[in-house]
Design a protein around this ligand. Structure first.
Ligand code: HEM
Length: 285
């Protein structure tokens, strides 16, 4: 097409549809979203067709995890300041994102064991087990496992971020502080505890939640916060379950590329509870 006919077409688009095509002096969609970088980051190690799905499903999940972390960080800060409504909005968004990454397992399940086996060896020891964003989410929820710090010891900047998150109060720690601020009787040791230790449960917290759930009109914000936390844990468990089942469907009971027992390891992690009193409450109410 000649230069003249291109500029005539540009003029026509602008006149009839209001569409701009001249971006010599303006930022484009692709520049704003760094699409060149993102879309050139699917580096297959093999020439097998299905490796593209495998890479993209992980990258998409990691992007959603980035947003989960952003929302969780915002929610922890707002709960600490006693601003519950913005926290509820952020936590509701986290739950919606979780539904997206759970749905993603359906796409991955279109890959058969034979297809995965064609490139599995190329992955070496790489495994989602080393996902530092997944661990940061677990830290924000209060499950503090130190092994990830070792995996990234070569990357000082990342270790610093992980260490800070490791020592910081989780969303449940700030929630327990909110129970105390509302006048509910909470074991004072919990309010100054070492946050790098995974929370193990406390009778005063169990009692406080019981009071909240038996007097919802009086404690509406805390009641709503409790249910938002249960939503997040519920969805996380569903993500873990779908991961475990998808892995079983694709590799059976083979050991993982990360070196764990595979499906049996993934079954064990299902047992961890982030907010124990909120689950026990269902029985004790
Ligand atoms: C064919 C697909 C997949 C297989 C066969 C698989 C397999 C496994 C296995 C066996 C483990 C246990 C650690 C190990 O020994 O490697 C694991 C952990 C993990 N995988 Fe996957 N996985 C797959 C897809 C994914 C995807 C799409 C994600 C999304 C980011 C993911 C995230 C994780 C995470 C976060 C862990 C750590 C879980 C924990 O320690 O609680 N995996 N995976």
């Amino acid at each position: 097409m000649s230069k003249k006919s291109i500029s005539e077409l540009e003029e026509k688009l602008k006149r009839e549809k209001g569409i701009h095509t001249d971006f010599k002096n303006d930022r484009t969609y692709g520049e704003y979203l760094a699409l060149n970088e993102i879309l050139s980051s699917q580096n297959r190690l093999s020439d097998h067709h299905d490796e593209m799905l495998f890479i993209i499903i992980h990258q998409v999940s990691e992007l959603w995890m980035k947003l989960i972390l952003h929302e969780m960080k915002g929610a922890i800060a707002t709960i600490e300041r006693g601003e519950m409504q913005p926290a509820f909005k952020m936590l509701a968004r986290v739950s919606k994102i979780q539904t997206q990454i759970i749905q993603a397992w359906d796409v991955l399940a279109t890959m058969t064991p034979s297809e995965y086996l064609k490139f599995r060896d190329d992955l070496g020891k790489a495994s989602g087990f080393q996902s530092y964003q997944y661990r940061l989410i677990e830290f924000a929820l209060g499950y503090k496992t130190p092994h990830i710090l070792k995996i990234y010891e070569k990357n000082a900047a990342l270790v610093a971020i992980l260490k800070e998150a490791y020592a910081a109060p989780s969303i449940y720690d700030v929630t327990i502080a909110a129970l105390a601020k509302a006048g509910l009787s909470i074991n004072p040791d919990l309010l100054t505890r070492d946050y790098s230790v995974t929370y193990g449960g406390d009778d005063t917290v169990a009692e406080a939640w019981k009071t909240v759930y038996l007097n919802v009109e009086h404690y509406w914000d805390l009641y709503q916060l409790g249910e938002k936390l249960v939503d997040i844990e519920d969805w996380l468990q569903q993500w873990r379950f779908r991961h475990m089942k998808t892995v079983e469907r694709i590799i059976g009971f083979k050991i993982g590329t990360g070196g764990s027992s595979g499906v049996n390891y993934l079954k064990q992690v299902l047992d961890h509870r982030f907010f124990p009193e909120l689950w026990d409450l269902r029985t004790n109410l």
